[in-house]
Design a protein around this ligand. Structure first.
Ligand code: ZN
Length: 258
């Protein structure tokens, strides 16, 4: 987790975390060149796994240019052209987090090119849905773009940041739904548990936002504690926070728990 300290890895290890999966994401500023991404991909495929391993945590990642920076089509295509160099790395699970930010034409174009990249290299996909603009419209555009590529297997795609009004669109089309937890904004763990009660426990996972803003790597363990408070049994909690993510990620063939 390039945005976090070693203390965060240590806290995750104490909480029983076995592995993390880190999507390529916005760095808090727009990078100025493809070289910036080349070095970033080296960081998350070479160095970061070693840092996590010091705390007995397996580190996996996803590669892409995130939707925010994808607005610059020239830069995005340069980044897409270097991704195949990194796909063979042991810890790369697929392409992500791709998706939409403001639902713009350029973002959609680059989303489609990323989906093609995943299809060409038989890669799984992790998708980000917009917070800023219309999430419902963005989710529909993303699902359409994925459905239009016949080589994509929906069971190997997770669409993240689902909310009450978008989870059904994702799940009914055969995709996995991810709920990213934040301490106070967007989806909190209480709200996520409410959503699980609405949408069931199949093809869903919870993940902790670990970005440059206010976020908490322990959000998933805290959600597990809240589920326990609500009276869920160990089997249910284990399915949501452990078995489901393992089931999804194991489809990559590279994902192995040590
Ligand atoms: Zn995201």
């Amino acid at each position: 987790m390039v945005s976090r300290t070693t203390s965060d890895y240590e806290a995750l290890a104490y909480a029983g975390c076995k592995a993390v999966n880190e999507p390529a994401f916005w760095a808090g500023f727009d990078r100025s060149s493809g070289d910036g991404f080349y070095d970033y991909f080296r960081q998350i495929t070479e160095y970061e796994p070693k840092r996590a391993a010091k705390f007995c945590i397996d580190h996996y990642c996803w590669l892409c240019i995130n939707p925010k920076e994808a607005e610059d089509v020239g830069l995005a295509r340069e980044v897409i052209s270097i991704i195949p160099n990194f796909i063979p790395a042991d810890n790369v699970l697929g392409i992500g987090e791709i998706g939409l930010n403001k639902n713009s034409k350029n973002e959609l174009l680059i989303l489609e090119e990323h989906i093609q990249l995943a299809a060409d290299h038989d890669q799984m996909i992790l998708v980000h849905t917009p917070h800023l603009e219309d999430k419902l419209k963005g989710t529909k555009l993303i699902v359409d773009a994925l459905n239009n590529q016949s080589k994509i297997d929906p069971s190997k795609v997770i669409i993240d940041h689902v909310e009450e009004h978008t989870a059904n669109i994702v799940l009914s089309n055969g995709y996995w739904a991810g709920m990213t937890l934040y301490p106070e904004s967007k989806v909190t763990h209480n709200r996520a548990i409410d959503m699980l009660e609405m949408f069931g426990d199949e093809n869903v996972w919870l993940n902790s936002a670990c970005d440059w803003g206010i976020s908490d790597p322990l959000s998933v363990p805290k959600a597990a504690l809240e589920m326990r408070r609500r009276g869920y049994d160990d089997e249910y909690i284990d399915k949501i926070v452990y078995k489901n993510p393992v089931k999804f990620m194991s489809q990559s063939g590279k994902f192995k728990l040590h």
